[in-house]
Design a binder for this molecule. Structure first.
Ligand SMILES: Nc1ncnc2c1ncn2[C@@H]1O[C@H](COP(=O)(O)OP(=O)(O)O)[C@@H](O)[C@H]1O
Ligand SMILES: [Mg+2]
Length: 314
């Protein structure tokens, strides 16, 4: 892919952490334009702003915090960057109650017990040293991303779902690309992963977390980009239907709704229309399929009224 550096050529770089600051490895992308066209080749349509932040994240060795409404392509961005750069995607899906043992690492107690049982008569100090060795460690996504010898994109998805205290677990990784394990020492990344954190804004994230990241807000796309997304992601759709879908969704988003339709719902609607063999949307079809696009009855009623005047284009 032009402008995107082969991952093989990036391996074997020297220690990426110098005097406590991460030093970016060899660049992954030649330019902002190369990010944008590269992403388009893996079916992700970015605007200049999105491509610019991805470019800088690589050059500055900084994580990206991606915020915005649900279904606007935040998670997909991380997946697409992984595909584009030929990296392994390691994903930490956040949820309430997520803790260190699921995010970072935990000791394999069963294996440790077996080891202790298998060996009688050994001095405790020696045994302790043995059972707190790497082979008894279960690496969870964050540690795995740091330890990986191959290029990695780390996706910390929906970080706003974890409690504030759990957020703190991320800070060391995000600023220094390392994990401290009391019994073992510090595990440092041999190469800097590209890190994406996504948030649906259900709560404010800590200043400490924000400070470590580049910030990217992904909103609903402009008309042209949404039309292009539809054409890319919905096989068999005609240009005119894609255009009509994009315009109608756009006008629906201007209504005062409980929940605006997201890009993923736009795509579901477009796919539905293709399956039903619709070539041009009229008010009747729009009304019958609005439940694909909107998920509250009051929103559906509202939109149906608004669309009553829709005529298919000639
Ligand atoms: N810029 C884009 N280019 C291509 N597809 C997109 C884009 N933005 C969103 N999508 C589509 O929308 C779907 C939902 O996006 P997703 O990343 O899951 O949303 P979020 O994580 O923001 O809630 C994706 O699976 C993808 O098909
Ligand atoms: Mg998501």
């Amino acid at each position: 892919m032009t402008g995107v550096v082969d991952p093989e050529d990036r391996l074997g770089s020297s220690d990426p952490i110098i005097s406590g600051f991460p030093v970016a490895g060899p660049p992954r992308f030649e330019s902002i334009g190369a990010v944008r066209t590269g992403l388009a080749e893996v079916d992700y349509l970015a605007d200049e702003g999105i491509a610019g932040v991805v470019f800088l994240a690589d050059r500055l060795a900084k994580p990206v915090l991606v915020e915005g409404p649900a279904g606007t392509g935040k998670t997909e961005l991380a997946k697409s960057v992984a595909r584009l750069t030929g990296s392994r995607l390691i994903r930490l899906q956040c949820y309430e109650g997520l803790d260190e043992s699921k995010a970072l690492y935990e000791w394999n107690y069963k294996k440790q017990l077996l080891r202790i049982q298998a060996d009688s008569g050994q001095a405790w100090e020696q045994l302790e040293e043995d059972i707190f060795a790497e082979e008894f460690l279960l690496a969870r996504p964050l540690l795995e991303a740091i330890r990986s010898p191959e290029p990695v994109v780390l996706l910390v998805d929906e970080v706003d779902r974890v409690e504030l205290e759990t957020e703190a677990l991320l800070l060391e990784i995000l600023s220094e690309y390392q994990v401290s394990i009391p019994e073992l020492g510090t595990v440092r990344a041999t190469q800097i992963p590209l890190v994406f954190l996504t948030s649906n804004n259900t709560r404010e994230l800590s200043e400490a977390l924000k400070r470590r990241c580049l910030y990217l807000h992904i909103d609903y796309p402009q008309l042209d980009r949404e039309r292009a997304i539809i054409e890319t992601r919905v096989p068999g759709i005609s240009q005119s239907l894609a255009d009509q879908v994009a315009r109608i969704v756009r006008s629906i988003r201007t209504l005062d709704l409980k929940k605006d339709p997201s890009v993923s719902e736009t795509l579901d609607w477009a796919r539905t229309l293709v399956v039903l063999g619709v070539e041009a949307i009229d008010a009747e079809q729009a009304k019958d399929t609005l439940h694909i696009l909107l998920k509250y009855q009051s929103d559906i009623d509202r939109a149906a009224k608004e669309l009553a005047g829709v005529e298919p284009p000639d």
